[in-house]
Design a protein around this ligand. Structure first.
Ligand SMILES: [Zn+2]
Length: 420
């Protein structure tokens, strides 16, 4: 599928960035074709059989040790380098699943599977990781340790009480034999131009916190308001107070706090006794996030008390934990990116995205980086946000995403591999 490389053209360490840049450009078209093939044949959670088979075939072709059926439909490839005697391994993860939605991209590679669509860029994550696997397999002589390729099922929309693909893979031994000293993963994002990579130490995705709130007043006929306590009125004050609270936060922080579901009342002529609200809070600053349950409780209780209403609060902090990149790994990756992409294409994220990702499963156990890959190019379709039905990826994305993985794998093992 890819072009071959003769042993005589293998680069020394200083020439490695040039080699990776060149090969990343050369494999970019094949990577694009893999992505378009996956885009046309999307598979939703734990049904990624075709995708997994494609990954396994490619990893086998590259001469890797391959495990299939890991945690369901997960696939692992292990590339053993032969630059010196170093037992360390570093892992890179790509998600394979699509969303249970319809694709409206209108391109020749539009989904042929109704109710399944790659609108989150996971097709591109897989294709880029396979492109990097190709280049790294040509560079075994430069790899001081092993590189582990994790193709993860079921990243999206884990139903309550069920496992995500990341959990299932980890429980099935994905972090063993060899145990990686760090895990890296990426997400495509139209917020940055194609060809650039954005990263930061600390939270990359905030994860989310959820809130359920029940306000109980006193039912009475609207003709006798003095006998009732209007739970709908109290709920209105709680909603307003919540936005007032958010208005007092540091403007540098990214925050979204919304009640997104509300129900209450029985009849048009009865003052409502009960209102139920549910909401999602995402807060970029971890200190503020830790304070929020107490601040929210105090605010809600104060408002309810003022009206004589009662409340029950179920604040689930870290319903989905944040995805946190560790400083040492970010530093090593940043300098590796400077070598290949250049400083101008290596972007510091100002604050985390208000999003959630199963990458936290890996990074709660191992150090590593969750970085963002810019996908926005000239085509307006490459500016749609993730989950938009016309989400697309600019071609300049491929060389950057592929070379970022290849250079980081080699430099990370060189620098961190001998002293975990
Ligand atoms: Zn995603």
């Amino acid at each position: 599928m890819y072009g071959c490389l003769t042993m005589t053209s293998l680069p020394t360490s200083e020439l490695l960035p040039d080699f990776i840049r060149r090969r990343a450009r050369e494999v970019a078209d094949t990577v694009r074709k893999i992505r378009e093939d996956l885009h046309a044949h999307p598979e939703i959670r734990f049904q990624e059989h075709r995708t997994a088979a494609l990954c396994a075939t490619e990893l086998h072709r590259l001469g890797m040790e391959v495990r299939t059926g890991v945690g369901g439909t997960g696939v692992i490839g292990i590339l053993r380098g032969n630059a010196g005697d170093n037992p360390a391994a570093v892992a890179f993860r790509a998600e394979m699943d699509a969303l249970p939605m319809d694709d409206e991209c209108g391109r020749p590679y539009q989904s042929v599977n109704p109710g399944a669509a790659h609108l989150c860029g996971h097709d591109g994550h897989v294709a880029a990781l396979l492109g990097a696997a190709q280049i790294l397999s040509e560079l075994r002589h430069a790899i001081r340790g092993s590189v582990k390729f994790l193709f993860e099922p079921a990243e999206e929309m884990t139903p309550a009480g069920e496992k995500s693909g990341a959990q299932a893979m980890i429980e099935d031994g994905a972090l063993q034999d060899p145990e990686p000293i760090a895990v890296f993963g990426s997400h495509f994002y139209p917020e940055w131009p194609a060809g650039s990579i954005a990263l930061r130490a600390g939270p990359a995705f905030t994860g989310n916190d959820t809130v359920r709130l029940t306000i109980t007043g006193q039912e009475s006929h609207v003709a006798a308001p003095h006998a009732g306590i209007d739970a709908i009125n109290v709920a209105g004050h709680v909603i307003t107070a919540l936005q007032g609270l958010a208005a007092g936060f540091n403007i540098e922080e990214a925050v979204t706090m919304h009640f997104s579901k509300i129900s209450g009342g029985r009849m048009p002529n009865l003052i409502a006794e009960r209102v139920d609200l549910e909401g999602t809070f995402r807060i970029s600053d971890e200190t503020l996030r830790n304070e929020m349950p107490d601040r929210f409780n105090a605010m809600v209780r104060g408002v309810c008390a003022a009206f004589g209403a009662k409340c029950e609060i179920d604040y689930r902090s870290r319903n989905l934990p944040p995805v946190i990149s560790t400083p040492r790994e970010v530093n090593i990756m940043r300098s590796a990116l400077h070598e290949t992409l250049g400083i101008d294409k290596t972007i510091e994220m100002r604050h985390p995205r208000l999003a959630a990702d199963t990458m936290f499963n890996w990074l709660n156990r191992k150090p590593g980086v969750f970085y963002m890959v810019g996908v926005a190019g000239e085509d307006p379709a490459t500016h749609y946000p993730s989950h938009h039905q016309r989400f697309d990826i600019a071609p300049e994305t491929w060389p950057a995403s592929v070379s970022a993985i290849a250079i980081t794998a080699i430099r990370y093992l060189e620098q961190a591999g001998s002293k975990p």
